[in-house]
Ligand binder design. Structure first.
Ligand SMILES: NC(=O)c1ccc[n+]([C@@H]2O[C@H](COP(=O)([O-])OP(=O)(O)OC[C@H]3O[C@@H](n4cnc5c(N)ncnc54)[C@H](OP(=O)(O)O)[C@@H]3O)[C@@H](O)[C@H]2O)c1
Length: 254
């Protein structure tokens, strides 16, 4: 089966690196026009040059940044059919060590950006009777671990948001799903490896990270992108309101 996004226009936040970049590649290969959003202009330009995506420099942790990102995508394409709320950074620690400022920043980037961008894209999707919203979360949304704050809490809220929007969007052809990431190779993991003082090779380090994953390895960004492509395409037309683990079996809950 060939998955096609021909004629579709996608906005992917955090599209300059890691999972977002892999989704941009996959969506463009499937025929979509894609806009990618990130803050660092140089990385964004490099990603755009490599993939053919339209770069949009914006900080989506603010209402103004979300508005600017959405406006730029509409200026480029005229519409947003597929919204992927993917930008995020890992934030966790002992509960008592997480300040109000950290909680707020986490909620702004991971929850409010998804709320604001969905609200901006929604009227056009409703009018055209077609929309796909994919919220990239993590497996802590279903199974919050100790020291998982604030991320696990923001992500659980993202799962509730997914369900609310799926129920509201269904009569209008707007399908909304969440993808819950376990450990998937990305720039984030390159940075974590670089910060590990033990000096392991990247391959040895990745093997170590994957040891407790039932499939025995960490995931590839392309595998994640293929799942997102399926949901964005017509092949995923009967799936909405779902939070799917993309984690090699790592999550303790289904
Ligand atoms: N990879 C994993 O194993 C894993 C596990 C659990 C959850 N996740 C989630 O999956 C998503 C993608 O992760 P990744 O591993 O691909 O991360 P990554 O490699 O670090 O990429 C993050 C992307 O988000 C962008 N970004 C960050 N803050 C932003 C902001 N305020 N405004 C606009 N763009 C922003 C970054 O670009 P700039 O820095 O230039 O803005 C970059 O393009 C994230 O939400 C992450 O939390 C990933």
């Amino acid at each position: 089966m060939q998955l096609s996004l021909a004629g579709r226009h996608a906005l992917i936040t955090g599209g300059s690196k890691g999972l977002g970049l892999a989704m941009a590649r996959a969506f463009i290969e499937a025929g979509a026009r894609v806009a990618i959003v990130a803050r660092d202009a140089a990385t964004l330009q490099a990603a755009a040059a490599e993939t053919g995506a339209t770069p949009i420099a914006a900080d989506i942790s603010t209402a103004e940044g979300c508005q600017a990102a959405h406006d730029a995508a509409v200026a480029a394409f005229g519409q947003v059919d597929i919204l992927v709320n993917n930008a995020g950074v890992s934030q966790h620690g002992r509960f008592t060590a997480v300040s109000d400022a950290v909680w707020q920043a986490d909620l702004d980037l991971k929850l409010f950006a998804a709320i604001r961008l969905a609200r901006l894209a929604w009227p056009g999707m409703e009018q055209r009777r077609f929309g796909r919203i994919i919220n990239v979360l993590n497996i802590g949304a279903k199974a919050p671990p100790a020291q998982g704050a604030p991320t696990a809490v923001s992500r659980a809220a993202g799962m509730a948001l997914t369900k609310v929007l799926a129920n509201e969007g269904a009569p209008h052809g707007i399908l909304v799903n969440a993808l819950l990431v376990g450990i998937i190779e990305s720039d984030q993991w390159v940075r974590r490896h670089a910060a590990d003082p033990r000096g392991l090779s990247f391959d040895a380090w990745k093997a170590e990270q994957g040891r407790n994953v039932p499939l025995g390895r960490i995931g590839k960004a392309e595998e994640f992108a293929a799942t997102a492509l399926f949901l964005a395409s017509d092949a995923g037309g009967y799936i909405t309101g779902t939070a799917l683990n993309v984690d090699g079996g790592k999550s303790p809950v289904v």
